[in-house]
Structures are given as C-alpha cells and as structure tokens.
Design a protein around this ligand. Sequence first.
Ligand code: NAP
Length: 286
Amino acid sequence: MISGTTRAAGVIGTPVRHSLSPVIFNAAFAASELDWAYLAFEVPDGAAGLAMAGMRALGLEGLSVTMPHKSAVVDALDEVSADVAALGAVNCVQRRGTALVGHNTDGAGLLDALRRDEGIDIEGKHYAVVGAGGAARAVIRALGLGGAASVVVINRSAAPAEEAARLAGLVGRVGAAAEICDADVVINATPLGMGIVVSTAGDPEPLPVDPALLGAGQVVVDLVYHPTVTPLLAAARARGIRTVNGLGMLIHQAAHAFRLWTSEEPPLEVMSAAAVAALVHRQESR
Ligand code: NAP
C-alpha cells in the first residue's frame, strides 16, 4: 500500500502513456516487497531540465528516460556513466545522495537478453545492425565491448551510420544490405515493424531487412517488441530461422535500472510476465 514512506520512481517522456515501464517496475517492487511506486510522467519536449530539477526537489529515487529526452537530460546531471559519455544519451537516472547520475542500460539490456535468455555467446560472432539511431548506437557499443568479431552497420543515412559504427571500436564498420547474409546475428534497430511507417499511397510498411538475405544458422533479433512477432520475425520464422524480439532487451534494461536504484536483484520472471500480460491486454483491446 502506498503510504507516507513510499519511495517514488518513474519514467519521463512524451508520449509516455503507452510505456510498459510502470507495469514492469510496479510488478517488480511488489514481488520484492519494496515500498516503492513507479509513475509515468508526461514531460513535453524541451522540459528535460525542468524534470531533473523536479526530481531533485521531490526526492525521486530514480527516473527512466525515454523519447525525446534521452540526450537533453545529459546536461542536467551531476555525473554520467562511461556509456552515457560515449553515447550522449541517458535512459536511467539514479539519485546517489544529492547527485543525479545518468546511465544507459539499453546495450547491456540486449546483451543480457541474448546471453541469459537465449544462451547466445556474444564473443567472436559477426553482427549486422540495421539502423543507427539511439537504440542501435547503444547496442553497437555494447557488442564492440562484448567481444564481437565484427559489427557491420547498415543504415538509410550515411553519416549516422559512420558515427554509430565507430562506437564498436576496431570491429565496427559501415556495410551494405547485401552483407546481411554474412552475419551470425542480424539486429533490426529501426522502428520498421511497429506499423507506424506508412507511405502516403498506403503501401504496407517495408521490412527493414530483405528476408531473401537471411539463411539457416542465423539469429534474427528485432528490437521492436510490439507486436511481439514483427513482420521481419514472421518472415524469418517462415524460413526456419531463429528469432528474438525486443521484449528481453526491455526487461533487462529495466532490470539494470532496478539494481541501480534499489541495490537488490530484480525478479526477472515477474517483470517479464507483467510485460507480456500488458501486451496481450493491449492486443486484445485493439
Ligand atoms: P531512432 O533514434 O529514431 O533511430 C531510428 C533509426 O531507424 C535510424 O537509424 C533511422 O535511419 C532508421 N529508420 C527510421 N525510419 C526508417 C525507414 N523508414 N527506413 C529505413 N530506416 C529507417 O530510434 P531508436 O530510439 O533507436 O529506436 C529504434 C527502435 O528500437 C524502435 O522501434 C524502438 O521501439 C526500439 N527500441 C527498443 C528497445 C527495447 O528495449 N527493446 C529500446 C530502445 C528502442 P536514419 O538515420 O536514416 O534516420
């Protein structure tokens, strides 16, 4: 029960009402018997600094940060992690005494999902990452640090691709779509698959990867988790290829935030079940 001693955390973003984070974190706090509560705060573009001032004034324990504030929040913090310094983006703010510390747990979230949930060794494998935005950059850096043999970045625009590829260090480079067939693991880090990119002519959303380039032995990962089976994953499955959606990354990036805020081990299964139930409910009420 919420009382005068309940500690508060939350997520800032806009739009934020569809965020699964309140469901995931409140389930985790309840299962861990922590006197904590988590809310979604609709914070307009341009107000990230005000939100951080609010966090200090109200003594919030932690905040998740989502679009469009991931970069803007950096300047309002006292300290940032090495990931944030490299990526210029924050997805988790931790209150440490009076200091606000920025972290980016997206890359570690994907690596945990692959290692812990899927039993995939990161080291020594060849990766193709499609996309060069915030999620791609976090994943590319984590793969480079995690011992990938190569990380080939394929993106619509050249300049962000070059910049993103550098985040993987010596193993990163920009590549062409045709190189997808050489990768052990293919990762879609574009929003294609969410059903939000439609042409004015009403054409169906294009696939981020031509399924003809996919083959047996590969793993296809889609960072999109709603729908849970994206058109890319459906096309890969139809070819008998192993697929992974973005739900594991979502849970594990939240798990990292939970550890940072509470110093406790997160109840991963509870968090995952809560997210799946919310997605099923969302699907059914469409
Ligand atoms: P972002 O920063 O806006 O980057 C989007 C990327 O997709 C850019 O590289 C962009 O290319 C490319 N792109 C966009 N529309 C495209 C199109 N029509 N054709 C080809 N490429 C296109 O977005 P983000 O924050 O990285 O998020 C990307 C996806 O990851 C989203 O679906 C998001 O929901 C998902 N995500 C999942 C998790 C998770 O926990 N599972 C976490 C974060 C994000 P240009 O450079 O050419 O613009």
